[in-house]
Design a protein around this ligand. Structure first.
Ligand SMILES: *[C@@H]1O[C@H](CO)[C@@H](O)[C@H](O)[C@H]1NC(C)=O
Ligand SMILES: *[C@@H]1O[C@H](CO)[C@@H](O)[C@H](O)[C@H]1NC(C)=O
Ligand SMILES: *[C@@H]1O[C@H](CO)[C@@H](O)[C@H](O)[C@H]1NC(C)=O
Ligand SMILES: *[C@@H]1O[C@H](CO)[C@@H](O)[C@H](O)[C@H]1NC(C)=O
Ligand SMILES: *[C@@H]1O[C@H](CO)[C@@H](O)[C@H](O)[C@H]1NC(C)=O
Length: 338
């Protein structure tokens, strides 16, 4: 065969092979370009989160525990209904002193100019709260129930993250309590007294926690953990010192009981491993933030108490918490005709 012909066939084949691989490369590049273009151009198949509309807010009523309940309930209901939640300056100034909360604040002037739809909340979640109408909704009430926001627990705990300074003060106190003790378990004890001493029996036909309750609750932890240390905070510290038996030396009367600047006491409780609470939203929130086991006082009102119209035990205390029923005998004895 003519060597030129052979040479020609060889060159043609080589160039054919090169061309084929070029074609493949070319096709691959085209696909890559399309792919990049597909991703770079805004098109309908990529879901953009719908911007939240409206302005929803909540009243600022009560002290720390109530404010936290109001904040968390607003947060959750606004999110369920696809609305933007805002808080009022007064709520912000109280909660932001303690926590790294993130909801935006409405300026008071704007608040005053808006025609709000007023919406009264009761103290537990209802089906109807999933479908609340209105651009501008102003919630009132003092809701404090996990039933509103337990499904968002992680987000709520994120909102109630302490400022580092406050967190470090708590750790410093607890580390001093620990000293060189081994395997310590911290149990926060919140003893709510103050106004409740008169409000519970006179308004609500109920009782506050007594020393028997506290002993039962503390013995639960003494039996369960090797080295429990009880960190007691209260707005009635003198009563606590007289009524909590410290013969084991495991009780620390830690709280300063300052109701107007509760952050230190609250943070101490929240940084313990477990909680003994008595009554009130302060204790409920400290327990919720601490996680771990919670013992609470339950059934602390008479069956005909008006309290039961505005409050449901089962909506206030998550099912995994441990309730110890109150001793109602002081009330029953009082009601007996003399
Ligand atoms: C680009 O998007 C169109 C339409 O969504 C699709 O048909 C095509 O396969 C995509 N191309 C690539 C390279 O992903
Ligand atoms: C620490 O105490 C817990 C109970 O409080 C016990 O289960 C555990 O074994 C103890 N750990 C050590 C290292 O002693
Ligand atoms: C305190 O507790 C100890 C140990 O259980 C007991 O011996 C003592 O009697 C108690 N004191 C009072 C005043 O109840
Ligand atoms: C108990 O609480 C202390 C103080 O917040 C913390 O350092 C420790 O890790 C906790 N222990 C457990 C088992 O969670
Ligand atoms: C509280 O009272 C209710 C109704 O009387 C009862 O069903 C419940 O078991 C009580 N709770 C506890 C912890 O004793």
């Amino acid at each position: 065969m003519n060597k030129y012909l052979l040479w020609f066939i060889g060159v043609t084949m080589i160039s054919f092979i090169l061309n084929v691989s070029d074609i493949f490369t070319y096709k691959r590049n085209i696909n890559m370009c399309k792919d990049i273009m597909n991703h770079s151009k805004p098109h309908s198949t990529i879901e953009m989160p719908k911007p939240l509309t409206g302005m929803w807010t909540v009243n600022t009523v009560g002290r720390l525990g109530n404010l936290m309940g109001e904040y968390a309930t607003l947060y959750s209901l606004a999110k369920l209904n696809g609305r933007q939640a805002y808080i009022l300056p007064n709520m912000h100034s109280q909660l932001a002193k303690i926590f790294r909360i993130k909801l935006p604040v409405i300026h008071q002037d704007i608040f005053d100019r808006i025609k709000w739809r007023k919406f009264v909340l009761h103290d537990w979640m209802s089906e109807e709260y999933r479908h609340i109408e209105g651009e501008y909704v102003y919630f009132s009430g003092t809701p404090c129930s996990f039933t509103f926001y337990h499904h968002l627990k992680e987000e709520i705990l994120q909102e109630f993250t302490f400022h580092d300074l406050i967190k470090e003060e708590s750790y410093e106190y607890l580390n001093n309590v620990r000293g060189d003790k081994k395997n310590v378990t911290f149990v926060g004890v919140h003893v709510r007294r103050g106004d409740y001493l008169t409000v519970m029996p006179n308004v609500w036909k109920g009782v506050v926690a007594d020393k028997g309750y506290l002993k039962k609750a503390m013995d639960y932890f003494r039996n369960k953990y090797e080295n429990p240390q009880f960190i007691v905070t209260s707005n009635g510290m003198d009563w606590c010192k007289q009524n909590i038996n410290n013969s084991f030396g495991d009780v620390h009367f830690a709280g300063d009981g300052k109701e107007r600047s509760p952050s230190r006491d609250f943070a101490l409780l929240a940084h313990c491993n477990h909680t003994i609470m008595t009554i009130g939203t302060f204790g409920i929130w400290a327990s919720y933030l601490a996680g771990g086991e919670t013992i609470y006082l339950t059934n602390y009102t008479l069956p005909d108490s008006p309290f039961l119209k505005v409050f449901k035990y089962e909506a206030a205390f998550p099912p995994e918490w441990i309730g110890i029923p109150a001793d109602l005998s002081p009330l029953l004895n009082k009601e007996k005709p003399k």
